[in-house]
Design a protein around this ligand. Sequence first.
Ligand SMILES: Nc1nc2c(c(=O)[nH]1)N[C@H]1C(S)=C(S)[C@@H](COP(=O)(O)O)O[C@H]1N2
Ligand SMILES: [Mo]
Length: 376
Amino acid sequence: MKIPTEQSFRSALHHPRVAVVIGRWLGVAVAVCFLTGLFSHLQQTTPGWLVIPSRPASLYRVTQGPHVLTGLVAVPLLLAKLWTVYPKLFAKPPWPPSRQALGTVLERLSILVLVAALALELFIGFVNTIQWYPWPFPFRQTHYALAWIIVGAMLVHVAVKLPLIAANWRRTPEPLPAATTGMTRRTLFRTVAGAGALVGITSAGQSVRALGPVAVLAPRKPGIGPQGLPVNRTAQDAGVTAIGADWRFTVDGPQPLSYTIDELRGLPQNRSDLPIACVEGWSQGARWEGVRIRDLLRLCGAPEGSRVRVVSMEQGGFYATSELPPEFADDPLTLLALRLNGSELALDHGYPARIIAPNRPGVLQTKWVHRLEVLS
Ligand SMILES: Nc1nc2c(c(=O)[nH]1)N[C@H]1C(S)=C(S)[C@@H](COP(=O)(O)O)O[C@H]1N2
Ligand SMILES: [Mo]
């Protein structure tokens, strides 16, 4: 059998113009995914110099939904992009060694890094959204490190290909259909765009109620769960079972406070309409009622601008504690919620008490809260 060379693939669908068009779409998806991911990462690991505002209340929701959406849509775009350029795999090897050959080797290595990192990133991201996590490495840190590798490798890739990109940026006359597939360039573009749109439409229903019925790619759907709200981790999974009659909620502050559930209900109650916006892409608004964290801080004599550590009854686990930076602790919408959508919290939603705050990832909306610690 004769080994093909790059020139064996004559189809116009392997033309650089196709790579440029699909590459632009993929570039936009990756850019949106990167920036929204950066925001999510900074929310969860906020450096000391950075102040994240607690408003707009739905900001996290409208960034994390598109984060997961663009990640999913990038999968068919990446596959299409790889398909248009795969004849390059049969390009002449850079041999004998020369300066030019060295450049070619480095360029190909950078593409290998880009493709491998992006494929792995999209894969572990997807697997995370379906809550299957078989790897020994921590997800978020790995996902974050890979993101920077991808951005770096992508910048190198674009810089190297700049002349080719510039030459094919504008539309050129449509060549004849490919002899083997009979597909025109335009049909290919429509097919790829259609595949991207299909992935988007069948997953967006995890946050957009109207698309719920077609959300076959969405692991969780609006309205499905106790009190009409999905649950990410049940009380049983978190090892939280019986809440004894001796249950108490405490605040470790200048003047320590301790309340029974009835005493908490006796404090001034407030209402917040806020979404749970999970890092896994699903989100849903709900009506919460409970005690303002800001009121509890005043009651315990905490100084202005205090930071608060939130402690769950859950033992161990990544989400058993969280911290409210001053902007979030002081926001009048931030509650120690006791009620959800008009009735007492279900155990799976954090009974007897949970945190709900504006503009925050779901992972920081700690459930089964029994203690607040005022940090200096
Ligand atoms: N203690 C504790 N709180 C937690 C979690 C958890 O595992 N343990 N999961 C978080 C995640 S990932 C999300 S998205 C929200 C979901 O809240 P819900 O189950 O009430 O919808 O709770 C958060 N609070
Ligand atoms: Mo979540």
